[in-house]
Design a protein around this ligand. Sequence first.
Ligand code: GLV
Length: 329
Amino acid sequence: MQKILVARPIFPDVIERLKQYFDVDWNQGEVMPADELTRRLADKDGALTAGDPVGAAALAAAPRLRVVSNMAVGYNNFDMAAFNASNVLGTNTPDVLNESTADFGWALMMAAARRLAESEHWLRAGKWQKWAYDGFLGSDLYGSTLGVVGMGRIGQALARRAKGFNMQVIYHNRSRVALEIEAELNAEYVSKQDLLRRADHVVLVLPYTKENHHTIGAAELALMKPSATLTNIARGGIVDDAALVEALRSKRIAAAGLDVFEGEPKLNPDLLTVPNIVLTPHIASATEATRRAMANLAADNLIAALGEGPRAGRPPNPINPDVIGKARS
Ligand code: GLV
């Protein structure tokens, strides 16, 4: 039987599925440090990860490894140049999380705009004595302008929901999306600068790459309206968290919603000191149905890539399909 490592605790029934095909080494404990991950990968044919960094050293130490299946749509934890150089396949879990993640983007954006977390903390602290005409004034979503940075599948799902709020949709992306999609979403393609200047609510839904590290920093925040909100459901590192703290403190922008952080699960402690922010622990895809779908898709990818099951040799979501069928190097 081929051997696999499942690097994180996941649904036990998905482990049972994997056990039908493989000898499974399952980490049910804490997130493994890099040296333990490397050691446990050394004799494996495949692995299932969820955000665990996998780079050249781990691949070099695991000569049998042919596939690493990430239970996430984002795969910035994989060094794809090293995967390609070693002919190791990477896979991810796109699409199954689009709608849940888009829902959550709206939840954070609305919470930021209407000061949900801030007012709830105030109420819980026993500070509510009287109604006040100016208590927790926020900014409207209905009829406002939504700025989506990153118009991939999740960005489109997010923008589609704007119709019911009668919002104008503007977007920025590496390249313009198909005209039919723009027409369906009633979305206008604009430069990043224009988007930041015009949007009432900016939502970040782009993948993390070295090039877009700190895509939103002090200079970009300075372009935004003082009444605007910023929501990040993409990846930590896209926003300069220290610059964001400063912009929120000085009311340069009104509020923010963050589900992802630089260096998570640790976060910049200053984020905890500003009231006009909603903070959640990377849960945008976290519904029972969606996380199950992601885990099962990650298992499907692993099973198929290792030549087992009904799709043997044809994993549904290869990131670097060119390496399929090539000998490990
Ligand atoms: C979650 O962050 C994912 O990339 O799926």
